[in-house]
Write a new protein. Structure first.
Length: 371
């Protein structure tokens, strides 16, 4: 009963009736469609943070209400959502978007409206340089791609890698960063093959990879396609290492026995998180019955930063933007469950990456992590 009441409270802050003196914080992410599983963590993290803020008295006595904006990780939908939010004078900051392609579509709309946004998940390298109103509390793909190349070289010892990427900003950015560092380290790129989000038959490309005899295949894509790739590779008898980035960090992969052994980079691991995350992890497990994933943790912190900005400077878009930009060093960082967040001149931050893998149908931290 206690857990049920917690869930009702959390969801009520998203879907409940209007409050008097309510501060709206929109959260833009995919909540339906192919990547709805990503949006689940986003929704949960946002709701949990809002419930805690309200339990502590809200923002300057005002109740926080999270409003979910479903944009399917689709650029056209993201632009529609961004236009709606930009034209609403009651919206002074946005938490979102999740996919880089969606963020890149929304970014110029927010910029034109002087509307600041914090992305908890978009990692494409160009985002920060394109707008002074966009911030993010997640690492960039140039860091993540290079990190993966270091990991497969120093920890896994792979010398021959094939790359199977999706045609989108996220996947191609990761591939580019990985290849640059891998080649520098003497790792041979055996070949690259592409697919689109609506591809369901990956066997022609996987057959080519099988003939190349790589040590491993790098898939810098998303889980809905990643799980199909794992199964079709197994059906072809393609027995090589498989690894990816945070786009494969999803429980969808756990449901597929053919994904056993997959390892991925992630910005957040509960067992590697600092002491500041202990309360969050405990509360999340109590309310939702499972450990938080990185989407939940990063969104929890993004909502916290948005609330801190409003509390400090009020409901003014320009002042909120200036407040976030002023969080520019470790000394005045926002300390959240994902560690310290502070921004450079482009609104980007430096965060650690970790590696986890699927073992016996569960995500576990890799025994060896890069320092």
């Amino acid at each position: 009963m206690k857990r049920l009441l917690c869930i009702i409270l959390a969801l009520g802050l998203i879907t409940g009736v209007a409050w008097a003196d309510t501060i709206i914080i929109p959260v833009a992410s995919p909540f339906t469609g192919q990547l709805a599983s990503f949006g689940e963590g986003v929704k949960n993290g946002a709701a949990l943070k809002a419930s805690e803020i309200n339990a502590a008295g809200g923002i300057n006595g005002n109740v926080v209400k999270v409003v979910l904006e479903d944009e399917l990780c689709d650029p056209k939908e993201a632009a529609t959502v961004a236009t709606k939010l930009a034209n609403d004078p009651g919206v002074v900051i946005v938490v979102g978007h999740l996919c880089s392609s969606a963020t890149l579509a929304a970014l110029p709309i927010y910029r034109a409206a002087n509307l600041p946004a914090i992305s908890p998940a978009s990692t494409n390298v160009d985002i920060g340089k394109m707008s002074p109103f966009y911030f993010r509390n997640v690492y960039k793909d140039d860091f993540q791609g290079a990190f993966l190349a270091r990991y497969v070289d120093e920890i896994r010892g792979f010398r021959k890698v094939a790359i199977f990427y999706e045609v989108n900003d996220y996947s191609m950015g990761l591939m580019s960063a990985f290849m640059k560092e891998a080649i520098k380290r003497g790792i041979k790129i055996m070949g690259t093959e592409a697919y689109t989000s609506d591809t369901t038959d990956f066997k022609p490309q996987l057959t080519k990879f099988k003939m190349m005899r790589p040590d491993a295949i790098f898939n810098p894509g998303y889980a809905p396609q990643g799980t199909l790739i794992a199964s079709q590779a197994a059906s072809l008898g393609l027995k090589v290492g498989f690894f990816g980035a945070d786009g494969l960090d999803d429980d969808l992969m756990l449901k597929n026995p053919d994904a056993e052994g997959l390892f991925v980079t992630t910005p957040f691991l509960p067992d590697k998180a600092g002491p500041q995350a202990a309360k969050f992890i405990k509360s999340y497990k109590r309310v939702y019955g499972k450990d938080p994933n990185w989407f939940a943790a990063n969104t929890y912190d993004a909502v916290g930063m948005a609330a801190a900005a409003i509390k400090a400077v009020g409901m003014d878009r320009m002042k909120i933007r200036e407040y976030l930009a002023s969080i520019d060093s470790e000394k005045n960082a926002y300390v959240g469950v994902t560690g310290k967040t502070y921004f450079d001149e482009n609104g980007d931050c430096l965060k650690a990456a970790f590696v986890k893998q699927i073992k016996d149908g569960k995500w576990v931290s890799s025994k060896k992590q890069l320092q």
